[in-house]
Design a protein around this ligand. Sequence first.
Ligand SMILES: Nc1ncnc2c1ncn2[C@@H]1O[C@H](COP(=O)(O)OP(=O)(O)OP(=O)(O)O)[C@@H](O)[C@H]1O
Ligand SMILES: [Mg+2]
Length: 308
Amino acid sequence: MDFDDDAPDLRSAHVIVVGNEKGGAGKSTISIHLAVALLKAGHKVACIDLDTRQQTLTRFFENRRSWSSHASRPIELPRHCAMERAETNDVRANEAREFALFAEAIDAVEHEYEFVVIDTPAHDSYLMRLAHSLADTLVSPLNDSFIDVDVFSRVHHDRAQRGAVAHYADLVMEARRKRRMVDNGVIDWVMVRNRMATIASNNARQVALSVSRLASELRFRVVDGLHDRVIFRELFPIGLTALDPIEEAGAGLNNSQTAARREIESLIEGLDLPGRVPGIEHLQARRLWHDRVATYYRELGAADWRAG
Ligand SMILES: Nc1ncnc2c1ncn2[C@@H]1O[C@H](COP(=O)(O)OP(=O)(O)OP(=O)(O)O)[C@@H](O)[C@H]1O
Ligand SMILES: [Mg+2]
């Protein structure tokens, strides 16, 4: 892949899209924890919920807002926008309407916020594709299952039928092509393992091996994400996470919370986002990030035509 030497025209907001066409992989759970972790690190964070049906991220922040109105100390909240779906019989008019709403949501935050976290639905849609092409960092949660791998690359017992690029990976490649044409930007695609079992199994090892083989072909990175823990789901009704002080909710800091916090911190580290560095402005950190990521993918090589 040839990267133009010209630096892209970067907006201040680093866009993190959480996407995967596999339903239930953990997109909303990861979006929630990333947004809260970035808020807690002192960043200005905006969130956009593109899952117009389930609205999990929206529901989480509604719960958090409601809890914060009773809590004795302030609880960080992002600016949040829930997208509406246009549902007339005219597909073109729907797309135009959705484009306008999405562009408005992005315009409102792109120069004022440091991070925008976008949760996407599992089904393919115009909006979901649009969001993917805007991603700086694309986070795809992946469970330790061949069913999850199959949306990226066909898994089959017969070698001849194995390895074809599957629908979601195709969608990401198309997003990368569009992105390069629009602003010469680069999408850092990070596969995040989710709901990992505490006890390693042979199946988990096989899946991990298969994913690591795909990484250079499809050009993504793999980072360990979250183990399967009750604490990642039980605090949803009160809009809190393991990162919050949960004593007021009747729970003390226990081993599970400590371990969960460590996992979220190491996930943030693995994502290698433009961080807050003393003496360096956020926009400058974004530029350094772009150079680093562009170099990484250039060195990874892209002889494959599918890499875009
Ligand atoms: N690390 C985890 N530990 C425990 N439970 C988890 C974890 N990650 C996700 N879950 C649970 O798995 C289910 C699916 O997660 P989630 O809703 O985040 O997935 P999703 O990809 O957003 O789903 P959808 O495709 O329907 O939008 C939920 O019940 C969630 O609480
Ligand atoms: Mg979801």
